[in-house]
Design a protein around this ligand. Structure first.
Ligand SMILES: [Zn+2]
Ligand SMILES: [Zn+2]
Length: 157
């Protein structure tokens, strides 16, 4: 394992092995970039960061790797409505991080991560998921909550 990677590396390693993949350098480099930011980065932004440290990793590798990381449930892929896919590390895998959801401003594309009221939300969703599972015989693995609207700065403008 290359030096200088975060403590998430062991966890990522296990996740890949479970799916029959290896934790390659591009995979680890992308996960490392995403673990160091709370922003929701696009593939191009991730590429710029990764490329700075590993010039041999190209944009197509980044695209391919991101798809794989989504597939093995290490990162989330979001569409915030600005025409670009955005990626975020699934931090609930690591104990010290908590769950968060999104408030998305449709005017300035600002994405606010919120962690307040999550407990209330979770209880409501647990109940809803249970009912949906029962009604449709559908096994739910996860859900995404995103509220779209206008942020305080845009309202004041
Ligand atoms: Zn705004
Ligand atoms: Zn987020």
């Amino acid at each position: 394992m290359p030096r200088g990677f975060g403590k998430g590396a062991m966890l990522w390693h296990g996740r890949f092995r479970k799916h029959g993949y290896r934790l390659t350098l591009p995979r680890q480099a992308i996960l490392d970039v995403l673990s160091r930011t709370t922003k929701h980065l696009s593939a191009e932004e991730i590429y710029i960061e990764v490329h700075r440290i590993y010039p041999s990793i190209g944009l197509s590798t980044v695209y391919r790797t991101l798809e794989l990381l989504v597939q093995v449930s290490l990162i989330f892929k979001f569409d915030f409505g600005d025409g670009k896919a955005r990626y975020e590390l699934i931090r609930s895998l690591e104990r010290e991080y908590h769950y968060h959801h999104h408030l998305i401003c449709t005017q300035c594309n600002r994405v606010i991560d919120y962690t307040e009221f999550i407990k209330d939300e979770m209880e409501l969703f647990k109940k809803t998921e249970k009912n949906l599972s029962k009604k449709y015989g559908f096994k739910i693995n996860r859900h995404i909550v995103q509220f779209y609207g206008v942020c305080d700065k845009c309202i004041r403008r």
